[in-house]
Design a protein around this ligand. Structure first.
Ligand code: SF4
Length: 503
């Protein structure tokens, strides 16, 4: 009989969450380094280089890989021969560990959880509660697997009940292009097949927690039908040409994981969940001998990558930016922004759009005329930082407010990640504006370009407040230019055709 002490369990959860906030799994780094070597698309190669640089900086600096430090998923397997030295339920202890990790003063993590998903949507302030699953198994220990899933990739979770005769491959190949780039590829696709609706989703999520090992499978060859299916999907998904950040390129997925479970004869439930550039998960076992310990990966695990691999970037002075300047930018061009820009994301956009459409004045000091907005919700700063990790959030969530921001607020350009919808592209064309992208999953690297930050409006929104950032040489790519050309369309089309013609 093992006795699991309450504080050992809580501290292990907290230490594990801190560990995965700044250390990528080594298998992910190895596979991403390989993708970097193979990549021929300059834009995708540059994006992968930024993700790898960011990853190493986070490992050295013990700061989060991404500003979205995720919703915690905890999978517990509790042995029958375990006794808990605690009066609290395991899920409560997990939450205590989450609270401890996310409010750690040395490396505070962003709290992203809202308590009431339908109405108030008030941030709980400590990233609790986690989503915890407890399974009772044979044995005398507690197996814990933790993941911190970012919203951008979690939002692309997909489920369908296929007919038994329908093809899983067809469904995946139809569905992946519809996910867009908001899940920050390249990453890993987890697929669950069978059981019931909720079981298939759980299988997809759990499959993402397995090692990234498709290269080993390619080397040894398939020995089961499931191996064959993984290899087929891996090759066919990458042949779609979506590429890193959806810019077009050779690698969209680093691995495809599949889990199955028996199902009803009339059903074939299928679920797909991506893991993004901020792949964060860890496993440990408690046997009553004390808290878990975690071995940091060697810095030699990170491949050497060039600082910038793409074309020469155009310097942009945000203090002198005019609509004529913006109209001269072309989709695919890279820029280095210097000067002041504003920030804002979902809640701020909703408030601003309501004020603008109802004729109310914006808060004092908030003026978007001829300005650039960055869709971001940074991590709190520590130790003299201007801001904590501050990468872009998914721009499509701002789509419904964008025409108003361009027309009524006078905005010149926006920075985010992922593609925009057709109405937004049309509005960008109509108002001679532009949409720029920064690399999702390179948040700490990007934060180093931010020299000063101050809150301008809505301080009560916390990380969603509107701030002014003073940036120096912030690297971005023009994703949609003032003619309406979009790299998220042209890039994948070009690379899909290039891959097709060379195979
Ligand atoms: S890498 Fe992209 S999808 Fe993943 S947590 Fe960060 S912003 Fe979200």
């Amino acid at each position: 009989m093992s006795v699991i002490r309450e504080n050992d369990f809580i501290q292990s959860i907290a230490d594990a969450l801190q560990f995965i906030s700044y250390y990528h799994p080594v298998d992910y780094i190895t596979q991403l380094g390989r993708a970097y070597e193979l990549e021929q698309s300059p834009a995708a190669k540059d994006a992968i280089a930024q993700i790898l640089h960011n990853s190493r900086m986070c490992a050295e600096g013990h700061r989060p890989i991404c500003q979205d430090t995720g919703i915690v998923n905890a999978f517990l397997k509790v042995g029958l021969e375990v006794r808990w030295d605690s009066k609290r339920a395991p899920a409560e202890l997990v939450d205590e560990g989450v609270r401890r990790a996310y409010t750690d003063p040395d490396n505070p993590l962003r709290s992203s959880i809202v308590d009431d998903p339908l109405f108030a949507r008030r941030n709980t302030g400590d990233n609790t509660p986690a989503v915890t699953y407890v399974e009772i198994v044979a044995g005398d220990g507690v197996e814990v697997t933790l993941a911190a899933k970012g919203g951008g990739s979690e939002n692309k979770s997909t489920f369908k009940v296929l007919n038994p005769s329908d093809s899983l491959v067809d469904w995946v190949l139809e569905t992946v292009p519809t996910l867009g780039a908001g899940w920050c590829p390249p990453g890993i696709l987890g697929i669950g097949v069978g059981g019931t609706a909720e079981k298939a989703m759980l299988l997809a999520k759990q499959s993402l927690l397995e090692p990234v090992d498709i290269q080993e499978l390619l080397a040894r060859g398939a020995s089961t039908k499931l191996d064959e299916l993984r290899l087929e999907l891996y090759e066919k998904i990458n042949a779609l040409g979506i590429g890193a950040q959806g810019l077009g390129g050779l690698t969209t997925v680093l691995d495809v994981k599949i889990r199955t479970y028996p199902t009803h004869a009339a059903s074939k439930p299928v679920a797909m969940i991506p893991n993004c550039a901020a792949t964060r998960h860890v496993h440990f076992r408690l046997d009553g001998s004390g808290p878990a310990s975690f071995d940091p990966p060697s810095l030699a695990s990170w491949p050497k990558v060039a600082a910038r691999t793409g074309q020469r970037s155009r310097p942009v002075d945000l203090g002198r930016l005019t609509r004529a300047d913006v109209k001269s930018w072309r989709a695919g061009e890279t820029l280095l922004l210097s000067g002041a820009l504003l920030t804002g994301r979902d809640t701020a956009h909703r408030k601003i759009a309501e004020m603008l459409t109802s004729g109310q004045a914006l808060p004092l000091g908030l003026d978007f005329i001829d300005r650039v907005i960055y869709y971001v919700g940074p991590v709190d700063a520590v130790r003299g930082e201007a801001v904590g990790p501050a990468g872009p959030t998914t721009a499509s969530r701002m789509d419904k407010f964008t025409a108003t921001m361009l027309e009524k607020a006078g905005l010149l350009a926006m920075i985010g990640k992922g593609e925009r919808g057709p109405e937004v592209i049309e509005a960008i064309r109509r108002y001679g504006a532009a949409y720029l992208i920064a690399v999702g999953g390179a948040a700490y690297l990007i934060s180093k370009a931010i020299r000063r930050a101050r809150v301008v409006a809505f301080p009560e929104l916390g990380m969603e407040a509107v701030c002014e950032f003073e940036v120096q040489d912030m690297p971005v790519t023009v994703a949609v230019d003032s003619t309406g050309a979009s790299v998220h369309h042209t890039g994948p089309v070009f690379w899909r055709e290039k891959i097709r013609s060379s195979s």
